[in-house]
Design a protein around this ligand. Sequence first.
Ligand code: CS2
Ligand code: MG
Length: 412
Amino acid sequence: MKIVAADVIVTSPNRNFVTLKITTDEGITGLGDATLNGRELSVVAYLREHVVPLLIGADPHRIEDMWQFLYRGAYWRRGPVTMAAIAAVDVALWDIKAKAAGMPLYQLLGGASRTGLLAYGHASGKTNEELFDSIRSHQEQGYRAIRVQTGVPGLKSIYGIASNATLEGNEGVRYDHEPAQRGARPAQEDWDTRAYLRHVPTVFEAVRNEFGPELPLLHDAHHRMTPIQAAKLGKSLEPYDLFWLEDCTPAENQEALRLVRQHTTTPLAIGEIFNTVWDYQQLIREQLIDYVRSAVTHTGGITHLKKVLEYAAQYQIKSGMHGPTDISPVGMAAAMHLGLAIHNFGIQEYMQHGERTNEVFQQSFTWTDGYLHPGDQPGIGVELDVDEAGKYPYEQAYLPYNRLADGTVHDW
Ligand code: CS2
Ligand code: MG
């Protein structure tokens, strides 16, 4: 079999998505997600200008060899753009191999290790009342685990709170938080860690009082605290028994987590902005985290993330794959197949895509009683309607950024 075409498809139904579609001389096609929120066109250029010409004529079955060729052959390794581009090729080739084998991808990855994937959804509210409503609405949608994000008194807009209740093309449907906003410049948001540290424990106390001790609760601190502030928050949340506290402090300096670990037993999840196993090495080796948050789309595809998770398994660290709406239906399907096959699956993030997106991407996964399943179609189980995609051209959009009261740029 030979690759005869590779198309980079950019569409913006509810938000921007970048998809690589590889076609073989036997008419088998494979899809890979290459969406890098707020920097989408950089991966489009990397693929179109530098990778696609190298795919034509290649044997799609040699996945590991292609991975090594694109990683080592590029000379310039790692980084979000390179690893998203490699991920798209990797997943498209796994899609082709599974289709050629006539089986769903998880079967090629070792078969199912469970009947379904526990998933969590995003509940949020500026006030506790709004938050309670959002939690109830997610429970009604079947979620058995809930991420809780709250407004902070004194802060106008903050990560994780639905900026508008309805999503373009989904009028009337409550929609929790699409961070990237269409426009020529990123929106500036304000931040105050001390106000946040005072407020968040009171919210979790209120949620536990309202919903009881069993409901798994997650929280995303979104990279905004220093290690000692993160330690303080982790400790103050211990009475509320969180499933995990996510991205509690920026982790470029991996040993920063030693200080957090020293002070709290709240489980820690990190890695959605990581791209390779090297970003995790010390965190995993020193048992400084409990969940690997990487998405297939941003970590070099199934071939590389599977290796990261196998390394993590040696330390009883589990997966908690990133799954917001900027991971396309193709990226979500790849995550579900990998999640179903690995042993050390922990939980899957699952934000629901909008109606237009679901018209562009035909999907075969199921969501039943709080559990996801990728389905049993050959391949990854997603097809892209190119005509439908063509209706929604790319629109510039940026993630917001933060400034402190004194004007200092801060982690968003
Ligand atoms: C977040 C994301 O879902 C999460 O855990 O951290 O919403 C993140 O802000 C976006 O994916 C950024 O593109
Ligand atoms: Mg996050």
